[in-house]
Design a protein around this ligand. Structure first.
Ligand SMILES: NC(=O)C1=CN([C@@H]2O[C@H](COP(=O)(O)OP(=O)(O)OC[C@H]3O[C@@H](n4cnc5c(N)ncnc54)[C@H](O)[C@@H]3O)[C@@H](O)[C@H]2O)C=CC1
Ligand SMILES: O=C(O)[C@H]1O[C@H](OP(=O)(O)OP(=O)(O)OC[C@H]2O[C@@H](n3ccc(=O)[nH]c3=O)[C@H](O)[C@@H]2O)[C@H](O)[C@@H](O)[C@@H]1O
Length: 439
């Protein structure tokens, strides 16, 4: 198959490389020339484990190329739309300008029989609108909605071996033909037994936001329990373990702490609420307002705990922050809880020194007033308080005995319930964590 991928960010660059790995001939197009130049050199423009090696491997086959020229997509038969859908600056809705621009730039290059495959996360109803637009200029082309469920940090594995495939197709022959073509595109995962669900446009678009809403709700549920644990002296990590043994509940996504961030869960639940509002069914999703509120409360709780640890005075106090990315194994700082807390502490007068194994540069671009250093050891020198805000393995494995010698006062606030409290206490630290014991 000849495939084009429009938008080569966290989703698109991985998708393009994985499609080439599956044996297709792929052209990646992005309007960001710097990103395209890096990809052309075989360099991943962001940190994603496994992507650099995959790029090297598939570019050597000659099956993968990149361009910043929209005309480069001509000649491909399947066009994946992978551009961003961030939150609008003045509200909660998804900003559809990038998707609209991508489809508009694609239209002049579409041929009869081509498939346009939407992968971006969009408000339900977008596919129907875009299908009409495509039909008005290229009636021989068909739109499919094929949402993506990959996780950053596992993006290559999740794309090559997805846990399910969802196709939203139009009715009739065009839909049936679209299914056949997509089955050919995903022949590799399908041969491995990946389940595939074929449905209509509306369902396919809703599946994506429903999945992210469920995940966000699960995290906020355990963080609500963490609030109860803080009020009662209970331990949320034991609670999560105990309820997680019930297979109907499951242990995954029950890690209490600073809550969810990133370029997806927060903006997706807000955009979903905004869309429900437009559809007149806002009450159906009113619980997501609470999910969002619980999530944001964890960040302010962390700031309060930091202040309490320092006897109510943040002004001029030296605080080390371990972690800036929204989760480990990613350099993504979009809506990062860690960076948010670090910025707030600085705003309140603390001298904050931040370190992250991969996200320092991205974090500095967003919060240039913060001080960034290269290692945890550098960050904690003379610190009166250390905050673990992103549970990178290198932070979780830090030696509390060695670190105690570098700090001014051995006080640890664990924002991710990632450390072994007794190891830190035995090394002379005051250890506190979100949702663990009475604060
Ligand atoms: N990042 C993730 O883990 C996942 C993201 N998604 C969804 O995928 C979409 C993309 O997300 P990310 O890759 O994270 O965003 P991103 O911001 O990393 O990448 C978007 C890319 O699109 C490019 N772009 C913008 N307008 C364009 C145009 N008109 N033509 C060509 N390229 C254009 C940008 O330059 C950028 O490189 C979003 O809707 C997101 O919700 C879905 C599943 C996973
Ligand atoms: O739509 C998307 O873009 C993607 O969003 C999430 O993936 P991702 O944002 O990469 O990261 P997650 O692993 O879901 O973590 C999201 C946030 O939740 C937090 N989290 C996760 C799990 C948990 O138990 N507790 C918790 O606080 C993480 O620290 C992180 O800040 C979904 O997991 C993917 O399935 C989806 O495709």
């Amino acid at each position: 198959m000849r495939i084009s991928v429009i938008g080569c960010g966290y989703l698109g660059a991985v998708h393009a490389a994985c499609m080439a790995k599956l044996g297709h001939v792929v052209t990646g197009f992005d309007v960001d020339k710097e990103k395209i130049d890096a990809l052309r050199r075989g360099e991943a423009p962001f940190f994603e484990p496994g992507l650099p090696a995959l790029l090297t491997e598939v570019m050597a086959t000659g099956r993968l190329s990149f361009s910043d020229d929209p005309a480069a997509v001509a000649g491909s038969n399947v066009h994946f739309v992978c551009v961003g859908t961030p939150q609008v600056s003045d509200g909660n809705a998804a900003d559809m300008t990038y998707v609209d621009a991508a489809v508009t730039s694609l239209l002049p290059h579409l041929a009869d029989g081509d498939l346009v495959v939407g992968k971006s996360t969009v408000p339900v109803g977008s596919a129907e609108r875009l299908a009409e637009q495509i039909a008005s200029t290229s009636p021989g082309a068909t739109l499919v909605w094929n949402p993506e469920f990959l996780r950053e940090g596992f993006a290559v594995k999740d794309t090559l071996h997805p846990d399910r495939l969802v196709y939203g197709v139009p009715e009739g022959d065009a839909g049936a033909r679209a299914v056949e073509i997509l089955d050919e595109v995903y022949a590799g995962p399908i041969a491995e037994g990946t389940p595939r669900i074929v449905s209509d446009y509306a369902t396919a678009q809703l599946v994506k936001v429903a999945a992210n809403s469920f995940l966000a709700t699960k995290i906020s549920f355990i963080n609500a329990m963490a609030e109860l644990c803080e009020a009662t002296g209970a331990d949320v990590t034991h609670l999560a373990e105990a309820i997680g043994h019930d297979e109907r509940i499951g242990r995954r996504f029950l890690n209490a702490g600073l809550g969810f961030g990133g370029g997806c869960l927060p903006k997706d639940i807000r955009a979903f609420m905004a869309r429900a509002d437009e559809l007149g069914v806002d009450q159906a999703l009113s619980f997501l307002r609470e999910v969002d509120a619980i999530n944001l409360r964890r960040r302010s709780r962390m700031v309060t705990l930091a202040s309490e640890e320092l006897d109510g005075t943040l002004e001029g106090r030296r605080i080390a922050v371990l972690g800036a990315s929204f989760k480990p194994n990613s350099d993504d700082v979009r809506d990062s809880p860690a960076l948010d807390v670090a910025a707030k502490l600085r705003e309140l007068g603390a001298q904050v020194v931040v370190t992250d194994p991969e996200a320092n540069a991205n974090a500095k671009a967003r919060q240039p007033q913060l001080v960034f250093v290269e290692s945890a050891e550098d960050a904690v020198v003379d610190a009166e308080l250390v905050l673990l805000l992103t549970e990178w393995p290198e932070f979780v494995q830090l030696d509390p005995v060695a670190l105690a010698k570098l700090v001014d006062s051995p006080r640890m606030l664990d924002g991710r319930n990632a450390l072994d409290p007794s190891a830190w206490r035995d090394a002379g630290w005051t250890y506190r964590a979100l949702g663990r014991g009475k604060h």
